[in-house]
Design a protein around this ligand. Sequence first.
Ligand code: NDP
Ligand code: GDR
Length: 374
Amino acid sequence: MTKNKVALITGITGQDGSYLAELLLEKGYEVHGIKRRSSMFNTHRVDHLYQDIHEDNPKFFLHYGDLTDSSNLTRIINDVQPDEVYNLGAQSHVAVSFECPEYTADVDAMGTLRLLEAIRFLGLEKKTKFYQASTSELYGEVQEIPQKETTPFHPRSPYAVAKMYAYWIVVNYRESYGMYACNGILFNHESPRRGETFVTRKITRAVANIAQGLESCLYLGNMGALRDWGHAKDYVRMQWMMLQQDVADDFVIATGKQISVREFVTLSAKEAGIELEFSGEGVDEIAKVKAITGDNAPALKVGDVIVKVDPRYFRPAEVETLLGDPSKAKAQLGWVPEITVEEMCAEMVANDLQKAKQHAILKAHGFATSVSVE
Ligand code: NDP
Ligand code: GDR
């Protein structure tokens, strides 16, 4: 029975934070989240969970805070006295971490230490369980295929190096202070709530916008990159399961299947009724419209070039292939992913097509601004 447990989620306004908050509220938790001060509203992913604190017995609370601010984290943890802390907050974009390496280290590495140290300083190390959002990016230049909990790490970006510090400080606090602290080594997971600059969402959004005449071409970097893509809903379920065990442990969370960025483009286009034909290599690779089925792509005609390469999206060091082995999670926790990459892609394209159609109607009547593109 998990009723009345108190959880604190960093990164609650992000993709995973929003799904996890939904899951914990369904389970009867009191859910607290840390949101950053922003010049614009940044809570759209959790607005549907908002509860007026003036009403009886509210269960959902947001606190202003930042992973770079120890005093703020310590105060929130002291006020909330959480049974479980889920550290999902991060500068989570690998390419951006090459542009902002110091900030990424501060948030992703030191932020994790600040939370662990706040729990210890407040004497909560025997009460508060800790989940760390570790990542398949730790494997980077892969040493073994597929990757499992024992596969050696070789991080390939400032993001991954920062997350490597976070991984080991979690293990260290578990070993040093007997804290229930664990790492979920999660492979890529997506959803209609995925940030628009990660490659899957960038693709589903662009396909929908191009089909509706709101954009003309999708520019990508390395289309040969291979990823093991799952659905965020399946993965947050596992985050919760990891904190319900008797003994803290680390787990790989993945589907065990991989496809390329190029294949994800093909899948997405097909969902919008567009058949593509790829040609060329490297920076000269393109995709043309080969056939159109259905009525989702009124703005397109056969022969249109709708995908090109822009080397701007190449990374200084790339992670070419990731494929996880989730056997331990299945054997010890009974976790298996329920949503396939095809189902997830269909959900994402349907969501983005709906948005694009609304935008196209507004534009046709002179009310819409241009769409944001990266
Ligand atoms: P998102 O980028 O969607 O969300 C990140 C969250 O962290 C947002 O709420 C963001 O706030 C918050 N955040 C960023 N900087 C700070 C800061 N300085 N202080 C406090 N909060 C901050 O990521 P996901 O939901 O996709 O991922 C969740 C976690 O899991 C991240 O740690 C990520 O690195 C990790 N991960 C993700 C995987 C994936 O495929 N999705 C795979 C493996 C690991 P704001 O909304 O204001 O920007
Ligand atoms: P990743 O996700 O780096 O794996 O990190 P992303 O979707 O950004 O990239 C996946 C692969 O696609 C290639 N790619 C492009 N990527 C982006 N963003 N934009 C492009 O135009 C583009 N073209 C090709 C990339 O080079 C890469 O190989 C995600 C994040 O959620 C991390 O926080 C998390 O830890 C890991 O997944 C697991």
